[in-house]
Write a protein that binds this ligand. Structure first.
Ligand code: 13P
Length: 336
């Protein structure tokens, strides 16, 4: 394991003012999103939409890395340059989603375990050769009646740690993503407790598997009430509970935490991050973003309505807003 390379890449991915663009929707998810805005999904429409985003001028100060899907890492920009090569030429690390999706967990109706460990070492070698320098694996934890079960927590934690160890062996910084979903009517205290449980289990497995924590990143949910919970609380409460949970349950030698947006509005995702980075305490890790929808939802809509340039502007705006939130310098007025 090249710990020096891993630590350097991890630090670069969470450098001040910068965060990650998650553009790694599987073909199924990306196709659904294209259909929802009236575009016929195909390898070419997925490529055309994404390569236009990647060609946006001047986002390097806000974007340190882009997570790609297997199809995209093999595609090219309009001029034929391979996408990972193009991103690297702009000082942006190409990343790759390496899990193969969340599948039904046996004997646990409604719960899922993320698969993809078979052949992972060989796939990591190939992705490294294609230019990838970091990877992502997403586990999905649902809150509900009797959920999450111990089986859901332990299987996903084990898989995340094995994934992380294999990536590190092959020179890829693993982004460890245990996502507690916002679906449901649970309150924020329940989200806090479930998030704490999956974090504890994941880092305990990482220790057993020998994962080098200074060469890894965590991609958690924020601590929020379920979407259907009557008490939606305040942004301040969400930011405080999130930081409290992470401080108590994430090793302090981890270089960075890159949040997912998880279905929050664009502005909530930015505001929460901004609040966390405005606190009077110094956090042990960089607090950054690895947003998908909160960086691209508007950009996809404008691209579908026909304007490449407006789509780039929409992405550049969200990237700039989140970059400011890295240092607590964002404010609502800047959204106008
Ligand atoms: P969202 O920010 O849209 O939740 O996506 C981030 C991600 O990569 C989820 O796996």
């Amino acid at each position: 394991m090249d710990t020096e390379l891993l630590e350097k890449t991890a630090r670069e991915l969470v450098a001040p003012g910068r965060g990650i663009l998650a553009a790694d929707e599987s073909n199924g998810t990306m196709s659904n999103r294209l259909e929802a805005v009236g575009v016929e999904p195909s390898p070419e429409t997925r490529r055309a939409y994404r390569s236009n985003i990647f060609a946006t001028p001047d986002y390097e100060s806000a974007i340190s890395g882009v997570i790609l899907f297997d199809e995209t890492i093999r595609q090219t920009m309009d001029d034929g340059t391979p996408i990972p090569e193009y991103l690297a030429s702009r000082g942006v690390h190409p990343g790759i989603k390496v899990d193969t999706g969340a599948k039904e967990l046996a004997h646990h109706s409604g719960e899922k375990v993320t698969e993809g460990l078979d052949g992972l070492r060989e796939r990591c070698m190939e992705y490294f050769a294609l230019g990838a320098r970091f990877a992502k694996w997403r586990a999905v934890i649902r809150i509900g009646d009797g959920m999450p079960s111990d089986a859901n927590i332990s299987t996903n934690a084990h898989a995340l740690a094995r994934y992380a160890a294999i990536c590190q062996e092959q020179g890829l910084v693993p982004i460890i993503e245990p996502e507690v979903l916002m679906d449901g009517d649970h309150d924020s205290q329940t989200c806090f407790e479930v998030t704490a449980r999956i974090l504890d289990a994941t880092f305990a497995e990482c220790e057993i598997q020998g994962v080098h924590i200074p060469g890894a990143l965590l991609k958690p949910n924020m601590v929020l009430p379920g979407k259907s919970c009557e008490d939606q609380g305040t942004r301040e409460k969400a930011a405080q509970m999130t930081v409290d949970c992470l401080t108590a349950h994430v090793p302090h030698e981890l270089p960075g935490i890159v949040f997912l947006s998880g279905g929050q509005s664009d502005e909530d995702a930015t505001a929460h991050l901004n609040l966390m980075n405005s606190m009077a305490v110094e956090h042990p890790w960089q607090l950054s973003y690895s947003y998908g929808r909160a960086l691209l939802a508007h950009a996809l809509q404008t691209w579908a309505s026909g304007s490449n340039e407006e789509s780039q502007n929409a992405f550049a705006h969200r990237a700039a807003m989140n970059s400011l939130a890295r240092s607590g310098e964002w404010s609502t007025e800047l959204e106008a």
